[in-house]
Write a protein that binds this ligand. Structure first.
Ligand SMILES: Cc1ncc(COP(=O)(O)O)c(C=O)c1O
Ligand SMILES: N[C@@H](CCSC[C@H](N)C(=O)O)C(=O)O
Length: 447
């Protein structure tokens, strides 16, 4: 149902689900939904195997060859002398063996010479923004995660940084605001939640041409290193929220930064040590454990997401997902990435209907975040992006009725069945408001 439409979707949702299901099982959707040739992964930094293998494979550094790297739950490390002689570590804020093991593993997967892990995705962005000085200019998107927007707004208000929000799907729009004062271009691709795609190679090259010292930083949270490696596409820094796909179970908060320039890596490390945001040993261990299953999780999450996107689109909804040919930047996306991820959004044309859908779905938890094994449903304008004020949301054309789905690894028929019932019920309710108890009486808690 595209924005503004008022007619409800067809009644026989379950039948439609089944017919879409049959078609998809045969992967017979006129080639619409399979990428022609996904961007290749370019193995570097000693990687010997395919990425899915490298995710699992880690060299043991443990004296007992433990299969699972130990959690060095120690704040301090004894030294051999008072004059600085001693081991590699002195204090966990400065470095910890469990964290180092994770960082080396991530550097390999992210095609980086150095990766660093911190206490959250926002912590990673904060470390990056410490590279800025008052008077510097930042160019970024007009669709951004709400927390990113909030931190940039804070820096613009309190830190003397000038922030330009432009449509980063248009490299010319970026070029127009570049100046000798541009210190950073900050991209999300795909964006959260409008799933807009930036041409990372093009934006990187025009940025570096305009100002060789400007840094291109890319937030890769929406895809993970399994599906896209921005450092290979011209970016100087890639960062992501490890809270999402990398960990995959919503049981920790983490942020990851990766670079290929050693001097830049040192600057970032300096801030992490100076400000004390390095990831704890236990969370480092948990994240390492999560990363090992990224390949299988992502495979299932993406195939589920594809089915759901096709289903919604086949019922007339405006669906934003780079796995659909209808995505306006489908070819660009697949020239940079090896998958579409498992986050999609769609509009209903009516905020109340959207709210009803979100609240009626039982299997889909109403929750912020994404990349987790269980499926989530949310209304960004009320939740993850509520910190962007309503006026700004309207100026940036963020639809109030937009629903974001973050698809997990459940049985896809269950997900489709639950979603289609929630959708049918909500449109039915809008049309015949006097029927109140057909479906909504069983709350999520009843599950
Ligand atoms: C695209 C994106 N970047 C960064 C973040 C920040 O990550 P974290 O919640 O781990 O701080 C989030 C979500 O929170 C996000 O969606
Ligand atoms: N209350 C939090 C909301 C976190 S949103 C998390 C995630 N990035 C998402 O997009 O769902 C906040 O204000 O930061």
């Amino acid at each position: 149902m595209s924005s503004g439409s008022s007619s409800p979707p067809p009644d026989s949702f379950k039948d439609k689900v089944n017919s879409v299901g049959k078609a998809f099982r045969g992967l017979d959707l006129d080639g619409h939904d399979l990428p022609p040739s996904p961007a290749p992964s370019s193995p570097r930094n000693g990687r010997k195997y395919a990425l899915a293998t490298e995710l699992v494979y880690t060299e043991s550094t443990d004296q007992y060859n433990a299969s699972s790297v130990p959690i060095y739950q120690s704040a301090t490390f004894k030294q051999e002398s008072a004059t600085g002689g001693g081991g590699e570590y002195d204090y966990t804020r400065s470095g910890n063996p469990t964290r180092t093991h994770l960082e080396r593993h991530l550097a390999k997967i992210m095609n980086a010479s150095r990766a660093l892990v911190v206490s959250s995705g926002m912590g990673a962005l904060d470390v990056i923004t410490r590279l800025l000085r008052p008077g510097d200019e930042v160019v970024t998107g007009d669709d951004l995660y709400g927390g990113t927007n909030r931190l940039l707004k804070y820096l613009a208000t309190n830190g003397g940084i000038i922030v330009h929000h432009v449509d980063t799907t248009d490299p010319e729009a970026v070029r127009k605001v570049l100046s000798p004062k541009t210190a950073m271009v900050l991209l999300e691709s795909p964006t959260n939640p409008l799933i807009k795609i930036a041409d990372i190679p093009r934006v990187s090259s025009i940025t570096h041409a305009a100002n060789p010292s400007a840094i291109v930083a890319v937030d890769n949270t929406m895809l993970s290193p399994l599906l896209q490696n921005p450092l290979d596409l011209g970016a100087d820094i890639v960062y992501e929220s490890g809270t999402k796909y990398l960990s995959g179970h919503h049981d920790l908060m983490a942020g990851v930064l990766a670079v290929n320039d050693p001097a830049l890596g040192e600057k970032l490390y300096f801030t992490i040590n100076a400000s004390g945001v390095g990831l704890s040993p236990f969370d480092s261990w948990l994240l390492l454990r999560g990363v090992k299953t990224l390949g299988v999780r992502m495979e299932k999450q993406q195939s589920n997401a594809q089915r759901i996107a096709v289903f919604l689109e086949s019922h007339g909804f405006k669906v934003r997902y780079p796995g659909l040919r209808s995505h306006p930047q489908y070819d660009l996306h697949w020239s940079m990435a090896r998958g579409a991820g498992a986050v999609l959004s769609f509009e209903t044309g009516d905020v109340n209907v959207s709210e009803r859908i979100v609240e009626s779905a039982k299997l889909w938890a109403i929750s912020v975040s994404f990349g987790c094994v269980n499926s989530l449903i949310s209304m960004p304008c009320r939740m993850s992006h509520a910190s962007i004020d309503a006026k700004t949301r309207a100026e940036r054309a963020l639809p109030e009725d937009i629903i974001r789905l973050c698809v997990g690894i459940e049985d896809v028929e269950d997900l489709l069945d639950d979603l289609s019932r929630a959708v049918s019920y909500s449109f039915f309710q809008r049309r015949f408001g006097w029927v109140t108890d057909l479906y909504g009486s069983s709350s999520k808690q009843a599950l």
